[in-house]
Design a protein around this ligand. Structure first.
Ligand SMILES: [Zn+2]
Length: 217
């Protein structure tokens, strides 16, 4: 009898260790209610290039089944305002990624070398993308519909990605700084290693999410 109990405990322990390793970290405390909003439903002039739904990304294979982008409602509404202001300058927002299920953050972490870990979030803490409060984006030219050229490309793991990188052309730096200026004027802050990544000011008030796009209501 004793042996069976011990065996059962060992089995339960093993399955917990296994499942705990692939679950988001447990969070305690008060959080705002998650309300993820699809960006293009709010404003169809926000363009998408969802690289993670293609093979053109850092893991070389699609990690999303659907090319869609979501943010928590206040962040999404701020993005709509920023997009409208940029139209007056001849540009629109081109979004690469918004809310990202935690399982995808874990996949990126596991597939990134130690020296490049600063470009990906640690799944033990979760990403601000997991909270629906971070967005990766660039600009497109309103007249041509084409993506502008920045100092570096999206998800590039080099110093060209730093928002304070002094290389590139004057025009590239001006466009990068224009995006940052407009984003930071309405509640977003740029990430120190990525010109395209912005965190919304209230990110800490939202929980880490792990549901796929297909289950967002
Ligand atoms: Zn990002």
């Amino acid at each position: 009898m004793k042996k069976i109990t011990i065996l059962l405990l060992v089995l339960i322990g093993c399955s917990c260790l296994f499942s705990c390793a692939v679950q988001p970290p447990k969070e305690t405390g008060e959080f705002y209610t998650t309300h993820l909003v699809e960006l293009t439903k709010l404003d169809s002039s926000i363009h998408l290039d969802i690289r993670y739904a293609t093979s053109n990304n850092l893991v070389g294979k699609p990690v999303y089944k659907e090319a869609r982008a979501f943010l928590q409602q206040p962040a999404a509404e701020a993005l709509v305002r920023i997009n409208a202001k940029l139209h007056q300058k001849g540009y629109g927002l081109l979004v690469f990624d918004g809310y990202r299920p935690w399982s995808v953050t874990k996949l990126f972490w596991d597939n990134t070398s130690a020296e490049n870990k600063k470009f990906v979030a640690n799944p033990a803490k979760g990403s601000r993308h997991n909270r629906g409060c971070a967005v990766d984006l660039s600009l497109y030219n309103l007249a041509t519909g084409k993506e502008v050229t920045m100092t570096g490309v999206y998800d590039e793991m080099s110093e060209r990605s730093y928002p304070n990188y002094t290389g590139g052309t004057t025009e590239q730096r001006q466009l990068r700084d224009l995006l940052r200026q407009y984003m930071e004027a309405d509640g977003f802050a740029v990430y120190e290693y990525e010109w395209w990544h912005f965190d919304f000011k209230d990110w800490q008030h939202y929980r880490i999410g792990n549901i796929p796009f297909s289950r967002i209501k």
